[in-house]
Design a protein around this ligand. Structure first.
Ligand SMILES: NC(=O)C1=CN([C@@H]2O[C@H](COP(=O)(O)OP(=O)(O)OC[C@H]3O[C@@H](n4cnc5c(N)ncnc54)[C@H](OP(=O)(O)O)[C@@H]3O)[C@@H](O)[C@H]2O)C=CC1
Ligand SMILES: CC(=O)N[C@@H](CCC(=O)OP(=O)(O)O)C(=O)O
Length: 392
């Protein structure tokens, strides 16, 4: 990329020539600064000033990052890898992206990391630790896989059934649940992007646990996902005839997102939280809903939970607590980085029902990953993410 200017990272801001992109302050900066006057092109990576490497570009989350970056004024994809599809052009793998000028898909082993400034890693879990271990330490990395999400190495090995291959690296990893860990993400080099289910569950539960409004015992999570959550690789269980016209529970009592959810909730109360979690595969392409049943602390009403969520997220662009009584629907966040949530009184006194919806591929994966890299590079975190949900 001869026409990409060299850039350096200093005090949380990127510099290009005389121009400086300011980082977000402590509060969310909702709109990119009008002083940004870099050239923007939806169809070309070449005019953008920060070079992005995309590992696993031929998968669903990789393609979703490419789609989002079409509207990003600074991030241009200059390196893309694939496994079976290495050697192919991106528009042959994903014709919907053909308006963008993109590099050819290459194998990870042929990637020249000196040509990129930051990396999104969209590889299957289990393949990622070794690859990230081999990357130059100057690179900012957001890993979408589950390989670095669990701090406890033994827990990772137990739930993922394989040895952890980058134990040293694990110590510096920051968990990328943006709205709740923004300040840590700002300083991070390597961010473990959360799983889709854990994102939809932790966003509502963490502020309520922190405020002692709900009990940490007996939390029940009934969750549903669109089939794109399973990736693009062919699997018998994901055939149309296996998915359409029915609902399937899976991972009952032992889904690998259980330890991730429990890690996040236990951190809040500094004591072990255990949850009942059952995911379901739905006959839809995108979207995720978590319906969460909780016991409230003595004397607490659902109005208190609603008020707490409202005040926790009032300054956030991407988390919307709906008006009382309004039911969040996956339709209303489709294709966007939004999480919609609400809380309802259960008929059983003392209990509440929380509903949280996201698009598994956006807030549950690629959108949150972009939000995190924006923060890591000192950009307004909404950059490239402010498009509205797609409805119907
Ligand atoms: N889909 C979702 O909603 C979410 C996914 N995630 C996580 O993000 C990651 C990517 O998911 P997704 O995009 O759905 O997955 P896909 O299966 O759609 O894509 C996987 C990508 O990795 C490449 N790949 C596969 N095996 C290897 C290997 N051994 N070495 C190098 N590259 C390899 C594939 O290449 P090729 O196509 O050429 O075979 C493809 O580009 C996963 O870890 C997933 O768990 C996280 C949150 C949500
Ligand atoms: C429908 C479906 O299969 N969903 C995936 C979760 C997708 C996700 O969040 O992924 P990672 O934790 O793998 O990154 C699953 O249940 O394994």
């Amino acid at each position: 990329m001869s026409n990409v200017c060299s850039i350096s990272f200093e005090q949380g801001c990127w510099f290009k020539g005389e121009r400086k992109i300011r980082g977000v302050g402590d509060k969310l900066v909702k709109k990119p600064s009008s002083s940004m006057s870099f050239s923007v092109s939806a169809s070309s990576s070449e005019k953008k000033d920060i070079r992005i490497g995309l590992f696993g570009a031929s998968g669903y989350t990789g393609a979703e990052i490419v789609r989002l970056l079409a509207n990003h004024p600074h991030f241009g994809v200059t390196l893309m890898t694939a496994d079976r599809k290495a050697g192919q052009s991106m528009d042959s793998v994903f014709p919907h992206l053909r308006a963008q000028k993109l590099p050819r898909l290459i194998s990870v082993k042929d990637a020249d990391f000196s040509t990129v400034d930051a990396v999104f890693c969209c590889l299957p879990h289990g393949t990622t630790q070794e690859i990230i271990k081999g990357l130059p330490t100057a690179l900012k990395i957001v890993d979408l896989s589950a390989d670095f999400r669990l701090r406890d190495i033994a827990e990772y090995e137990e739930w993922y059934g394989q040895p952890h291959k980058a134990v040293e690296l694990q110590k510096e990893v920051v968990y990328g649940l943006t709205e709740l860990l923004r300040e840590d993400i700002r300083k991070a080099r390597l961010v473990a992007n959360p799983g889709c289910y854990p994102t939809s569950v932790q966003l509502p539960l963490v502020p309520l646990l922190k405020a002692n409004l709900i009990k940490y015992e007996n939390i029940i999570i009934d969750a549903k996902s669109g089939v794109s959550g399973a990736g693009r690789g062919a699997k018998e269980a994901n055939l149309y005839s296996e998915i359409a016209e029915g609902i399937s529970s899976y991972g009952v009592t032992r889904h690998r997102h259980v330890p991730e959810i429990e890690q996040g909730l236990s951190d809040v109360i500094q004591s072990k939280v255990t949850v009942s979690f059952t995911p379901h595969l739905m006959p839809m392409i995108r979207g995720m809903q978590s319906t969460i049943y909780v016991e409230m602390a003595p004397g607490v009403r659902t109005e208190d939970l609603h008020q707490q969520l409202k005040s926790s997220y009032e300054d956030e662009e991407f988390v919307k607590v709906l008006e009382e009584g309004v039911v969040p629907r996956t339709h209303n966040v489709r294709g966007s980085n939004y999480c919609f949530m609400n809380v309802f009184p259960d008929r059983i006194p003392g209990r509440a029902i929380i509903i949280s919806v996201i698009d598994n591929l956006v807030k549950g994966a690629s959108g949150q990953a972009l939000q995190n890299l924006n923060i890591m590079l000192g950009l307004p975190e909404t950059t490239g993410l402010l498009h509205q949900p797609l409805f119907p």
